[in-house]
Design a protein around this ligand. Sequence first.
Ligand code: SF4
Ligand code: SF4
Length: 85
Amino acid sequence: MKGYDIRIEPEKCSSCLVCQMRCSLQYFGEFNPSKAFIAVQWPEGGVANEVQFTEDCTYCGICARNCAYGALTITGRRKNAAVES
Ligand code: SF4
Ligand code: SF4
């Protein structure tokens, strides 16, 4: 699976952490944001959250499908994915 290109718009992020909970459920069978392959941080005094995929992300798109705030959007199929199977 090549996965998907996912656009991140951190200014739309509400810090709900649904993306992290959904990712950890998918890959570890538990709701544990600290295990997710996407990091959401809200810097003190910052104007926008920081949202980044970790190196373990498979770009499966599950987080984007479950982001209700439009901060994560699937834009297409990945063409040069590092992770394939
Ligand atoms: S699901 Fe979307 S809005 Fe919620 S923390 Fe993740 S990126 Fe932010
Ligand atoms: S794309 Fe998939 S593996 Fe990557 S953070 Fe989102 S749910 Fe996790």
